[in-house]
Design a protein around this ligand. Sequence first.
Ligand code: NZQ
Ligand code: ZN
Length: 394
Amino acid sequence: MKDFNYYAPTEVVFGEHSEEQVARLVKKYGGTKVLVHYGGQSAVRSGLLDKVCELLASSNIAFITLGGVVPNPRLSLAQKGIEMCHREGVDFILAVGGGSVIDSAKCIAYGVCYEGNVWDIYLGKAKPVKMLPVASVLTIPAAGSEMSESSVITNEDGDIKLGYSNNLSRPKFAIMNPQRTFTLPPYQTAAGVTDMMMHTMERYFTKDDDMDLTTDIAEALLRRMKTAIFAVLKNPEDYRNRAQIMWGGSVMHNGLTGCGVSDDWATHQLEHELSGMFDVTHGAGLAVVWPSWARYVMHENLSRFVRFAVNVMDVPNDFTDPEGTALLGIEAMERFYHAIGMPINIKELIGRDITDAEIKEMARKCSRNYTATCGCLKVLHAEDMEIIYQMARG
Ligand code: NZQ
Ligand code: ZN
């Protein structure tokens, strides 16, 4: 069992009227001049953005706004935000949206307190010592950025998508009203659930499998998400199940399901190349990578894959054939992805055959020009990455 530090400082304010508390919370965490950061359309269309701005104004909190964050958020908009914050003396960033908006907010918050180019931080060339406080009004449960220490940014110059993790960036508060997720299209709902489940699966498929309580929590969360997703796809206004998903997304990525275990993250790193190159939805990319990754690495801890098959995917345990049971679990996961509208291979994801040259390029980028590995259950080199992409091509 690994020793661990569990650090989840974000104040969660959850429920139907939670956004009413936004001004009080901004003041509590020291915000006097706020950048309200948001995405494309949804927060405007739903009236949430106006509501947040009115609440800030009526509490005499000064603010400016910057919208236009796109999924797979771009460095150039964050750089614009950094300039605006300097110019206007902003001391607090409030993200109204999902993972992309929150990640862009975190990037801005780093950049305001760093004299060089904020991209240095994502490249690992600089380590931030401070940043502006960030918080969110969450509109899509998926990335878990509302409580996580990570942010993922895409540099359009070369389509390079990089994540950076630092506890400094854990948001001060997260406002979560499940009603705000009623408007999510089925594809985003399903991709979100795929992503949050994967955040726990990245920690579940580990060699340190003696932290039983973490395993129990992980399996309960995975099973709950499997049920809740079908309920909300059937009835998008099912508050009860939207709430399970919204809270699940935070708990599955705030570190709880990583206590006492090593985490893997190979599926995520392999996926970041897909969304970096093809600008696809992150969760859908994960559904494409995971089955091939699982088949490639399962012998590193076969009993773990058997346990997943039986306890999460409801596969009968054939004690005489652990490999067969593990494989049935992976196939059951593929059927689940299809049932919720997710792709399971690259062809389904991007709508055409991927070329060998594109696969080689993704393996090159994922291995940072053949200098880095990814994964922990099985350490993957560029040649392993290429094999997994080939297995996933469809
Ligand atoms: O831009 P708008 O119009 O708001 O539309 C968004 C966007 O198109 C829409 N949406 C959001 N809330 C909605 C809504 N539509 C209707 N009703 C609502 N209530 O949903 C689309 C996706 O939004 P996005 O923020 O991109 O989703 P998500 O939360 O999945 O974030 C994805 C990003 O997070 C990164 C991913 O790589 C990707 O870039 N990740 C961040 C992590 C972290 N910081 O810890 C971890 C994750 O593994 C992930 O890598
Ligand atoms: Zn993810």
